[in-house]
Design a protein around this ligand. Structure first.
Ligand code: DGL
Length: 273
């Protein structure tokens, strides 16, 4: 029997998943969260399906040890490569970010031309295209891998001429094709949303799957009767952050992404899971 007052587990390869955490905090503030960022093994986007699945499986085991009641795979790459397999291996309800993002894009597009940007793994898997075509077979989906965006974000170059230049090189072809909707198919990308928006122009709607993911999580907790029932303040233990390396750097980043002050991030050795 799952404890409905237990935390929700959220994981990503690094800091990107905090853009999903931010949205969960906003939409369902009464939930506890345990976050894990696999900062020692980032990036996932250039690794194989087998490796990303093995890492994701270890993280799920860690989150299980924290007795989470549900898991959000807040990483597009892990959602694309590992989610289908790891969700079969546990009873804990699990959601990824790809399906919610695909749904949001279908709702947003008017001309039926949707672009997706993400890691090499996410784009190579064609998973967004698969989910979009399940809902709307006639929609045209154009994927573009943007492998330099993750290191730029991790380096803190969120507003920088270098990022502007690279964004132009990656995105011009999507503009030329005439997409009217662009999915930010990597959880790091909302942090350079303004740069991407500037390059794409006002006519292109940017879809951040985090919003729809938090909404789906809320719905899932509701239908499974897993919403936190505690009405009093959730105390200091409300949000807990764990990483596999670089706790201090993570803490600084996290404090610039989410409003809730993060007092500490603990290092976990994943070899043990
Ligand atoms: N944040 C991850 C995603 O959403 C990608 C970062 C990485 O390559 O590790 O795909």
């Amino acid at each position: 029997m799952i404890n409905r007052n237990a935390p929700v587990g959220v994981f990503d390869s690094g800091i990107g998943g905090l853009t999903v955490v931010r949205e969960i905090m906003r939409q369902i503030p009464n939930e506890r969260i345990v976050y894990f960022g696999d900062t020692a093994r980032l990036p996932y986007g250039s690794k194989s399906k087998e490796t990303v699945t093995r890492y994701s499986r270890q993280i799920v085991r860690f989150l299980q040890s924290q007795e989470v009641k549900a898991i959000v795979v807040a990483c597009n790459t892990a959602s694309a490569y590992a989610l289908e397999e790891i969700e079969r291996e546990t009873d804990i309800p699990m959601i990824g970010v790809v399906k919610p993002g695909a749904k949001a894009a279908v709702e947003a597009t008017s001309n039926g031309k949707v672009g997706v940007i993400g890691t090499e793994a996410t784009i190579g898997s064609s998973i967004y295209s698969r989910y979009i075509k399940e809902i709307s077979p006639e929609t045209i989906v154009i994927g573009k891998a943007c492998p330099l965006f993750v290191p730029l974000v991790e380096e803190g170059l969120w507003q920088d001429p270098v990022t502007d230049e690279i964004a132009k090189r990656y995105l011009t072809e999507l503009n030329d094709i005439g997409i009217d909707t662009l999915i930010l198919g990597c959880t790091h990308y909302p942090l350079i949303r303004s740069t991407v928006g500037r390059v794409m122009g006002e006519k292109v709607t940017l879809v951040n799957p985090a919003y729809e993911t938090a909404r789906e999580l809320k719905e899932l907790l509701n239908t499974r009767e897993l919403e936190n029932e505690e009405t009093a303040g959730l105390g200091d233990n409300r949000y807990r952050f764990y990483v596999s390396d670089g706790a201090e750097k993570f803490k600084q980043f996290a404090n610039s992404i989410i409003k809730y002050g993060i007092l500490s991030a603990k290092i976990i050795n994943m070899e043990g899971y």
